[in-house]
Write a protein that binds this ligand. Sequence first.
Ligand code: ATR
Length: 277
Amino acid sequence: MSGEKIPVAGVIGYPISHSKSPALFRHWLERMELPGHYVHLHIAPEDFDASVRQLPKMGFVGVNVTLPHKHAALAIADHKTDRAVMIGAANTLIFRKDGLIHADNTDGYGFVTNLRANAPGWNPRSGPACVLGAGGAARAVIAALIDIGVERILLSNRTRGKADAMRSDFGSRVEVVNWVDAGEAVDDATTIINTTSLGMVGQPELRVPLDGLRPGDVVNDLVYAPLETRLLREGRAAGATVVDGLGMLLHQAVPGFERWFGKRPEVDEDTRLAVLG
Ligand code: ATR
């Protein structure tokens, strides 16, 4: 028997059974014929730190981290990428051979890569971007938009204080718009991104007026269940380029997979089908 260890990775959340990451990672491992395992880890917030510290001893090379642990994941790390610090949360932990924990946040990378892949020719300087929602996903999206040169970000959230806090963190490129006026921000923007949970299965519909959508706009909904939300349906009907949320989930997983299992995976139609089951 060889002494070679089989790398193990996983995704930590609470709850976690709904996560699509295991199906995604197992699909890539099989397709590339790589040795490795990827598992669900259901870990309560009070057990997060102690559990994470045990994982490297059990053969884990790293983990993805989802709700509600993304802040704790950043806090536990010895090294943090600039983008993780900027977003204030980590979704990827790498357990280094020297025992240190390295934290990254690949959500913004996943968002931009998905946008560029599905809206070829998209120009960050084509006009303002409208971001609906000011939660964790919005932070990653705004950090990424600023990083690639979007000059005005019209941010609208039901709870205005959260949007104001985001403006204090990210600066004057972010302009806060009252939630009741979100339709005007949609009208003014050329790129429209829904980061709220509205429109997701089991959640209320996004009711922002969408008559400001136009041909040439790029409309991205981070919701991926269903794949076609009201926002995307109306965007398509208006002649806009529409981008669904599944691709962001797939692309954000690429850096972790490459680091843990040694090869960069492809995101293509087969990958989408594997995850959709
Ligand atoms: P995530 O990490 O996915 O961004 P989150 O941090 O819980 O999750 O953020 C959820 C977002 O959806 C928030 O912008 C939230 O608005 P509030 O800040 O006002 O809570 C938004 N959201 C959720 N339910 C909503 C609803 N019924 N109407 C309007 N916005 C809603």
